[in-house]
Design a protein around this ligand. Sequence first.
Ligand code: GLU
Length: 285
Amino acid sequence: MSGPSQPIFRFAPSPNGYLHIGHAFSALFTHHWADALGGVMLLRIEDIDTARCRPEFVDALLEDLAWLGLSWPEPVRRQSEHFDDYARAAKTLREQGLLYPCFCSRAEIRAAAGESTDPEGAPLYPGTCRGLGPTGRAERLASGAPVQWRLDMERAIAAAGPLLIRETQPDPSAPLTVRPADPARWGDVVIVRKDTPASYHLSVVVDDALQGITHVTRGMDLHASTDIHVLLQALLGLPSPVYCHHELVLDEAREKLAKSKGSESLRALRAAGWTAVRVRKELGF
Ligand code: GLU
């Protein structure tokens, strides 16, 4: 049972491939610090992308994490079972006049963005559909054209007021520091995708709040996304956890590991004779 002041951490993988050593580091880091601070680590399955996420990857990750010696309270939250929660949050933003429908294709966005990129290097959306008047919007919506909903970043920032990120570096036992967030650099981010009625940014802040997460520990690759997360928390009236972004495990070419690159999976290491003890030792746990 978690008490009112017990720290609550989470490990939140997306089941779109097998876990690799980078995931193992993140899960072990989170579990270690949850334990060290007298807290608990929840597991959350981030499977809103129903086209790429597969049930066999969920089974595999549960098995891999248990093999590593990790445990977590049940039930495990699966985002694909909670689209209503994300729809409710999107509605709140829409009612504040902060979302607008966007009908642009990827190619159109790329062409319109030119050289401008967001912090992840993706084309920066220049706000093409923001200028569609009420009639234009209504007509496009009525036509059944594929639509995604974007945050009007300028308005959102004005509505939210000053935004602060509370974080601890390099680990959750370090002193708390506070810095301003800079979500403007992301432009009008997608809040409700075309292919699924949510987005990573929306579902992650809704779930962190619903699950009472006090500490978000995750890789540096998500450091810049925190700007968007604290903005959405402010707009939705949700508490903001303490953030701690750890260094990434790199491959031999000193590049980020990725499921899409076929980086060596934990199960491949296991098949090659690695024990969980060896994996933990290699990763410093
Ligand atoms: N589901 C995300 C991933 O697998 C992690 C989300 C998070 O920790 O905020 O990369």
